[in-house]
Write a protein that binds this ligand. Structure first.
Ligand SMILES: [Zn+2]
Ligand SMILES: [Zn+2]
Length: 245
């Protein structure tokens, strides 16, 4: 199968959480796709590694809820996934989003605590019926938070914003939440120093013990150009924030 950026007709791609409450459209190929083997990603996903597609926040759009579906694999039509009707009728989750350390719909503040400097407004909506994820601060080694966007009903993690990186301007979309995840493969393996031994890397993609030192060498050409644009936007935003007393 060709690389995702060699076949732009694959996009847009649709995805969402397990219960169908949060649906999204990925409107363009990612800048790059990381296969991260770090222990933080292992813990946060409960798995051996994560596939993150990095894309500008505005290239993701939020769509109205749909009935949940599950596909058995590539090329297999998705079938309806159901919840017992008693659970469906329970509606909204019992927990308040603030109990999770989030702040609801991206307002960026919690009562009495002032402005949250790490707030990440949700991506644009395609419809007034689109639902918004909750965002939850998650600890990181750098000390700069990662905010994870989760469905407020089933709590499946959909994407992250890393504040040591593009912050609110870029999402690290969980590739496994796409309806057809096999359409998007990794460009690079990172943090292989903590790769599980049963995982073998034989896809010919570059692999690094930590993070890759030279983005230009691992990104496709169009991705690299978008990365440079995104970097300029992020640097300007940091400079503006620093200049504000
Ligand atoms: Zn859900
Ligand atoms: Zn990681």
């Amino acid at each position: 199968m060709s690389h995702y950026h060699e076949d732009p007709s694959r996009f847009p791609l649709r995805g969402g959480c397990a219960c169908g409450h949060i649906r999204y459209t990925l409107t363009a190929p990612p800048i790059i796709v990381h296969c991260c083997h770090c222990t933080a990603c292992q813990r946060e996903t409960g798995s051996a590694f994560v596939l993150n597609a990095i894309v500008e926040t505005q290239l993701l759009t939020l769509d109205p809820p749909e009935e949940p579906t599950i596909s058995a694999g590539p090329g297999v039509p998705a079938v309806p996934a159901t919840l017992p009707s008693t659970l469906k009728s329970m509606g909204e989750p019992k927990w308040d989003t603030q109990d999770l350390g989030g702040w609801g719909e991206g307002e960026g503040s919690q009562e009495g605590e002032g402005e949250d400097p790490f707030a990440c407004p949700p991506p644009p909506s395609s419809s007034p019926h689109s639902q918004k994820p909750i965002t939850v601060h998650t600890p990181t080694e750098s000390g700069l938070p990662q905010t994870i966007a989760r469905c407020p009903r089933c709590y499946v993690a959909l994407w992250s914003h890393y504040h040591c990186g593009a912050g609110r301007h870029g999402v690290f979309l969980r590739v496994g939440t796409l309806d057809t995840p096999s359409e998007v493969g990794p460009d690079v393996h990172i943090y292989t120093k903590s790769k599980r031994r049963f995982v073998s890397i034989d896809d010919g993609k570059p692999a690094f013990e930590g993070f890759y030192p030279k983005p230009q060498e691992v990104m496709w050409k169009g991705g690299w150009e978008r990365y440079e644009n995104l970097r300029a936007i992020v640097m300007a935003a940091y400079a503006a924030a620093k200049a504000t007393p």
